[in-house]
Design a protein around this ligand. Structure first.
Ligand SMILES: NC(=O)c1ccc[n+]([C@@H]2O[C@H](COP(=O)([O-])OP(=O)(O)OC[C@H]3O[C@@H](n4cnc5c(N)ncnc54)[C@H](OP(=O)(O)O)[C@@H]3O)[C@@H](O)[C@H]2O)c1
Length: 202
């Protein structure tokens, strides 16, 4: 049994991730902290550091947070780009950059990206760009992780549980059960793979 921190546990992907991690000692966190064990803002370095200090010893970080702004490219403001970059890209990179100081030897980081980096749709350029950045980040930084620490990204299509939110934007896509995304997080946490992008598509 590993001590696993699931960040964004109250969200759709967070709930999906939890379905694959029930055999572990899981602690949960989110921005509001509602229904979770801890409060954290992944866009704030000090908040990330406080979370890891408060939890103490842990073996895995599963992050399912990546706030994205959606607009046509020609209308998207720098502020909208920066909101997305500071959450989905830098927020996740900072979780790893700071978390590697605290995580146990042989621990793992599992990050979230998304299908839109390889199957683009309108209005989603910031999500697509930062998802692609996360996929590249895990593939490359895996070579630099110290103390046997592993890192992977989960790159899912839309899940059944979120179809009511995203389905209208995603004509021609097939959703998958959230439990499949849970399996992908389980494979990342329990397996020996590193530097991998685990695609979950229909
Ligand atoms: N849903 C899908 O089908 C799907 C598919 C592929 C990829 N993704 C990607 O997965 C990520 C999560 O999507 P979702 O649908 O699960 O979103 P969601 O249902 O809106 O959940 C968002 C979660 O993130 C937390 N959160 C937001 N900002 C935070 C911050 N600054 N620090 C810490 N926690 C924060 C929220 O906490 P509070 O509730 O406390 O605010 C909540 O737990 C996104 O990047 C999305 O692109 C989603």
């Amino acid at each position: 049994m590993k001590k696993v921190i699931v960040i964004g546990a109250s969200g759709k992907i967070g709930q999906a991730a939890l379905t694959g991690l029930g055999h572990h000692d899981v602690v949960t966190a989110s921005r509001s902290g509602n229904g979770c064990d801890y409060q954290v803002d992944i866009s704030d370095e000090a908040s990330i550091r406080s979370l890891f200090k408060e939890v103490g010893s842990f073996d895995a970080v599963v992050n399912t947070v990546g706030v994205c702004e959606y607009a046509d490219f020609v209308d998207m403001t720098e502020q909208q780009w920066m909101t997305t970059v500071m959450s989905k890209m830098m927020g996740q990179i900072n979780l790893v950059r700071i978390g590697q100081e605290y995580i146990n030897d042989g621990g793992s980081f599992s990050l979230i990206s998304g299908i839109l980096s390889s199957k683009p749709i309108a209005m989603a350029i910031a999500d697509a760009t930062t998802s692609g950045a996360i996929d590249t980040f895990v593939k490359c930084v895996a070579y630099e992780m110290p103390r046997g620490i592993r890192i992977n990204a989960i790159n899912p299509t839309v899940i059944d549980e979120a179809w009511d939110v995203y389905g209208e934007m995603m004509a021609g896509f097939q959703s998958v059960p959230g439990a499949l995304v849970g399996k992908a997080f389980e494979r990342s946490v329990d397996g020996f793979i590193t530097g991998e992008v685990i695609v979950v598509d229909a």
